[in-house]
Design a protein around this ligand. Structure first.
Ligand code: AMP
Ligand code: ZN
Length: 113
């Protein structure tokens, strides 16, 4: 855990989050500033800064993160589809340096640029 990291602190229960799914190694919770009817973040519990820091040994973790994104979308009634995106690095729009997948569905008020 990185105690300076917002999402590590959510994983640790030090900060509140509206959790929609938790399993060994993975947490999904609602984005605090939703820009779609459904806007959930799926994160590894382990601190991984961004997609560039994933290693080959993390292949199973990455696959499972994508499956959880699918399952969250399904569970929230979006079997017809959803937007999946990951920002990488500050120049890529990443504001929280702990890997997260955005799951957005339904009416979207602002599309990511
Ligand atoms: P990104 O800009 O791609 O790094 O996404 C970071 C996301 O985290 C943004 O959509 C924020 O609204 C969201 N966020 C920031 N702080 C919190 C928090 N405490 N709980 C839930 N979501 C958060
Ligand atoms: Zn972290």
């Amino acid at each position: 855990m990185n105690s300076d990291c917002l999402f590590c602190r959510i994983v640790a229960g030090e900060l509140p989050a509206d959790e929609v799914h938790r399993e060994d190694g993975i947490l999904a919770f609602k984005d605090i500033h939703p820009v779609a009817d459904t806007h959930v973040l799926v994160i590894p519990e382990r601190h991984i800064e961004d997609l560039r820091h994933l290693r080959l040994e993390d292949a199973g973790l990455w696959l499972r993160l994508t499956q959880v994104a699918n399952e969250v979308a399904d569970d929230l009634g979006h079997e017809d589809g959803y937007r999946f995106y990951v920002s990488v690095g500050s120049a890529g729009g990443q504001t929280v340096p702990h890997l997260h997948i955005h799951v957005m569905a339904g009416s979207m008020r602002r599309l990511p640029v």
